[in-house]
Design a protein around this ligand. Structure first.
Ligand code: HEC
Ligand code: HEC
Length: 208
């Protein structure tokens, strides 16, 4: 919740919630995404990163045909971008099934269970993937994989969505970081990428 407060210069979370109504059709009410990663998770993502992506969808520097109409200037102003980014960042999804006390009613139980998002473990060499990740990715995406600022959170995201983005970067269809298009991702082979993705699924639960 403190991320919300620090980013909250004139952020209107009620407005963010209202905008989320149009996003929910694809990304689901709590921002979990869906269709096994065709629609990525957007809940809990870094504010700055969310803002940057929405602006680049709007400007078509990142091509996203399904979303383009929702990000057109008239439909999504810069103020809206701030509100929806702050709202989504504040949605906390759990990485473990809740332990019920027995006192919850059915609706409360349902709401608790709906906020759980566990990415299935991906196949791969966790040790090798961990070494690559900590050496070559953590400086930007953080040791925990939770990102910071403009660097997106990678843990808790659908593996096939991440793989699709890696492929786009490697093909030069999306810019990974400003200094080098594709950059570090082009230095890794398929097996190494798979190992990193497997590693990310193994560190999603901060309590483990
Ligand atoms: C018609 C379906 C659809 C709707 C509605 C939609 N999105 Fe998306 N969104 C997508 C798809 C598909 C992608 C993944 C594109 C890709 O694979 O590059 C995406 C990607 C994103 C991403 C990038 C995530 C990342 O990790 O890089 C963000 C952020 C996002 N959407 C936010 C929103 C917001 C906010 C709204 C509501 C204003 C919204 N979307 C409405 C389909 C949709
Ligand atoms: C120099 C900083 C830097 C390093 C190192 C780095 N990244 Fe990134 N990464 C970024 C930035 C910046 C973005 C967001 C780019 C944008 O705005 O589209 C990103 C985005 C991504 C995304 C897309 C996430 C999404 O939600 O769409 C993936 C996947 C990714 N990086 C994987 C990796 C992996 C794997 C490594 C290590 C092999 C790595 N990155 C190393 C800066 C970095």
């Amino acid at each position: 919740m403190c991320a919300l407060v620090s980013a909250s210069v004139a952020v209107d979370l009620e407005k963010g919630k209202e905008i989320n109504g149009t996003c929910a059709a694809c990304h689901s009410d709590n921002g979990q995404g869906g269709k096994k990663g065709e629609y990525p998770r957007i809940a809990g993502q870094q504010v700055k990163y969310l803002e940057n992506q929405l602006k680049s969808f709007r400007a078509r520097t990142r091509v996203n045909i399904p979303m383009f109409p929702y990000t057109q200037e008239r439909e999504m102003s810069d103020a809206d971008v701030k509100d929806i980014a702050a709202y989504l960042n504040g949605i906390e999804l759990d990485t473990q099934m809740p332990t019920y006390t027995g006192k919850e009613d059915a609706l409360t139980k349902l709401l608790m269970a709906e906020k759980v998002m566990i990415i299935p473990r991906a196949e791969g060499d966790l040790e090798a993937g961990g070494k690559i990740y900590q050496k070559q990715c953590a400086s930007c995406h953080a040791k925990s994989g939770r990102g910071r600022g403009m660097f997106p959170m990678l843990v808790g995201q659908y593996t096939n969505y991440l793989k699709r983005q890696v492929d786009l970067y490697r093909a030069g269809d999306r810019a990974h970081d400003e200094e080098a298009v594709g950059g570090v991702l082009n230095t890794l082979d398929e097996k190494q990428i798979q190992d990193v993705l497997a590693y990310l699924t193994s560190i999603q639960d901060p309590k483990e």
